[in-house]
Design a binder for this molecule. Structure first.
Ligand SMILES: [Zn+2]
Length: 283
């Protein structure tokens, strides 16, 4: 094998096998951003339009995974995708849990949501000292991540990253099941492998069967409410993601069919809340 082929393979392995630690996969983020964008007020849509890079062509979904793509270039940002909570407590407290591995306060996904919300509030104040395009892309991504239940997981298993499981016949880790596998299997089985059909289905549910709940999802007495989402997240992690799973568990239809509705709900909540947060910032 030529050296460049080895390098390409090594690079591909790096991409494939490290991505799972950083949040919903590409489709999960695409779904939350695509659900959010049609819910933006006129003023918010205009601001988002101004801030999106030209290559996004006004499509927030197309850049919703940008924060994952820059995690090597911006090494400081990798702790901002998740929260480690104490093992088995099934609770979250900002002061106790929102810190990185070196114990630096505020460096977790909830802290990042507060920080980028504050940065974006300077939009329209003349020359902001911040890069508000990056702030928008980070915020849109992190509101997605905080809704992935295992992004608010236990410390010792790194949110399910060290729990080996079989997803049907494929070896993976529990964290990846929640980032990617459940969504992928649902797309294949119910939506002809077409993510747009899944988005349409969730969009319809938000305006019909979930309409009343969706109002409650939006509620927030401040500009951003990540602590409430994190508390729901660790509870869902305990009640659904970790429940009945140990190292070497084989996860099949029983697990998929009971957890898939939870994933759907969290994706919908992420989309509704991203839109509501942006509307509070720019509205
Ligand atoms: Zn992420």
């Amino acid at each position: 094998m030529e050296l460049y082929q080895v390098q390409i393979l090594a690079f591909a392995a790096l991409i494939c096998c490290t991505s799972s630690a950083y949040g919903w996969g590409v489709d999960g983020h695409l779904i939350t951003c695509r659900l959010a964008q049609p819910r933006l007020s006129k003023a918010t849509a205009d601001a988002v339009s101004q801030l999106l890079p030209a290559y996004a062509d006004d499509d927030l979904g197309s850049v919703c995974s940008w924060a994952d793509q820059v995690r090597f270039r911006y090494r400081w940002s990798s702790a901002l995708h998740y929260i480690d909570t104490p093992d088995n407590l099934c609770s979250y407290l900002y002061k106790r849990d929102c810190k990185d591995e070196d114990g630096i306060q505020d460096r977790c996904v909830a802290g990042a949501i507060y920080n980028y919300t504050n940065q974006l509030l300077s939009y329209g104040n003349g020359n902001s000292q911040y890069n508000l395009t990056e702030a928008l892309l980070f915020l849109s991504h992190f509101i997605g991540d905080i809704h992935q239940p295992l992004h608010v997981g236990f410390t010792s298993d790194k949110g399910g990253n060290t729990i080996d499981v079989d997803w049907y016949t494929t070896k993976t880790v529990l964290h990846h099941v929640w980032d990617v596998s459940i969504i992928e299997t649902a797309e294949e089985r119910f939506y002809d492998s077409n993510v747009d059909e899944l988005i349409n289905k969730l969009q319809t549910n938000i305006t019909t069967v979930w309409a009343n709940q969706a109002k409650a999802w939006e509620a927030c007495s401040k500009t951003a409410c990540p602590d409430a989402y994190a508390t729901e997240g660790i509870k869902a992690a305990c009640d659904w993601a970790y429940k009945g799973v140990s190292n070497s568990s084989v996860l099949e239809d029983d697990y998929f069919l009971s957890r898939y509705p939870v994933v759907n709900m969290r994706l919908a909540q992420g989309g509704v809340r991203l839109a509501a947060t942006l509307n509070r910032i720019f509205g």
